[in-house]
Design a protein around this ligand. Structure first.
Ligand code: SAH
Ligand code: SF4
Length: 380
């Protein structure tokens, strides 16, 4: 039997594992703190952990970090790591330091099966879900290597966003323990407001997240009507906008923030006209408390799409803002090292024929004046 990877266990899981070894819960807590708070990778480092437990762990448990393939540091301080997850797959994480916070963007899958047209991960197809250990290993490595590098004993990473490769809500069972470890006071001790799950809209899992571990929620909207969203974010065909918005409203009853963030990738001539902005307003105003985060599209050759120019992004933002919707435009960070949103491409052994699916007909610009979308109630 192969040794258990202790990075796979949240505190309850570790307590159950230790119980099998005849050890009390407080021992599991000590062990958990050594791993996640202090970054120990070797049982011998865990000086106050009973020798007997250390002895039992040798051989049956390991702490398996992800091998690093590369590290790139951007002129703006952003760092991108490429981690080897085996079988020819690699995933990326990005560290984004800012004046008042430091955010780590982590991956949840090797590739992604949703297949959004504007996303390079989507174009790569899907290989497999990451394990809990592989998800948390990204934070574990970034946090503890940066502490050493910066000569800091205090926490470095203040925020985590699940906005790297993959759709976190299509890997729910592995993501959930990882979220608990991020929040655990014996682990990374992050507040719920500072951990964000970003989803393309897996409606049933939004409901489960609300019940199991309500953290901040970002939803990748990208289109104001179903016809266009069906094209850009194919999961919309299964969970259309109206159902998605209902799930979002419901989520707010438990969410740590009193708004949902809608991400909207600005694609030249596709979803960025004044009419699209007005449709968005009709869609959400009076229905859901939200903020818009406009993301200038980060191009990659296979997409065949273009970034809206700055004036267009500003004009679009102004229309939303004038209607009372809080709107920000995301600053592009780390684009000199291809670490910007949607550029995370890692290495994926696709099992889904993404290339075949993606090289379909061009996107038809769908503008239906006055209609906010299939199944969407008329605006007031
Ligand atoms: N799968 C999740 C999280 C990962 S993507 C989701 O889709 O929400 C994180 C964000 O980057 C999403 O809002 C996604 O739509 C956006 N994104 C993807 N490709 C992009 C690109 N090429 N340029 C800008 N943003 C992009
Ligand atoms: Fe997957 Fe998100 Fe990329 Fe869509 S935008 S393909 S859901 S990672």
């Amino acid at each position: 039997m192969s040794a258990a990877n202790l990075l796979d266990f949240d505190l309850d899981g570790l307590a159950a594992f230790c119980e099998q070894l005849g050890e009390k819960r407080f021992r599991a807590t000590q062990l958990f703190r050594w791993i996640h708070q202090k970054g120990a990778s070797d049982f011998d480092q865990m000086s106050d952990l009973a020798k007997s437990l250390r002895g039992k762990l040798q051989g049956i448990a390991t702490l398996k970090p992800l091998p690093i393939i590369s590290e790139h540091v951007s002129a703006d301080g952003t760092i991108k790591w490429l981690f080897d997850v085996g079988g020819g797959n690699a995933v990326e994480s990005v560290y984004i330091p800012e004046a008042d916070r430091a955010t780590l963007c982590i991956s949840s899958q090797a590739g992604c099966a949703v297949g959004c047209r504007f996303c390079s991960t989507g174009h790569q197809g899907f290989s497999r879900n990451l394990t809990t250990g592989e998800i948390i290993a990204q934070l574990w490595y970034a946090e503890h290597s940066l502490r050493k590098r910066l000569g800091q004993t205090e926490r470095v990473i203040s925020n985590v966003v699940m906005m790297g490769m993959g759709e976190p809500l299509q890997n729910y069972s592995a993501v959930m323990p990882a979220l608990r470890m991020m929040l655990d006071d014996h682990g990374y001790g992050l507040s719920r407001r500072r951990v964000t799950v970003s989803t393309s809209g897996v409606v049933p899992m939004i409901e489960r997240l609300k019940n199991d571990c309500p953290v901040a929620l970002a939803v990748s909207l990208h289109a104001p009507n179903d016809l266009l969203r069906d094209e850009l974010v194919p999961i919309n065909r299964k969970y259309p906008i109206d159902e998605l918005l209902s799930a979002c409203s419901d989520y707010l009853t438990a969410a740590p923030r009193d708004f949902i963030t809608f991400e909207y990738c600005m694609l030249d001539g596709v979803n960025d006209t004044d009419e699209h902005a007005h449709q968005l307003i009709d869609l959400v105003r009076g229905r859901i408390s939200c903020k818009f985060n406009l993301i200038p599209f980060n191009p990659f050759p296979a997409s065949g799409l273009h970034r809206s120019d700055n004036a267009r992004v500003q004009a679009f933002a102004r229309i939303l803002a004038d209607a009372g919707l809080i709107t920000t435009v995301r600053k592009t960070r780390g684009d000199d090292i291809d670490a910007a949103c949607g550029q995370l491409a890692g290495e994926v052994q696709d099992r889904t024929n993404a290339k075949g699916r993606m090289t379909r007909q061009p996107i038809v610009v769908t503008l239906i004046p006055g209609a906010a979308g299939r199944g969407t109630p008329p605006s007031n």
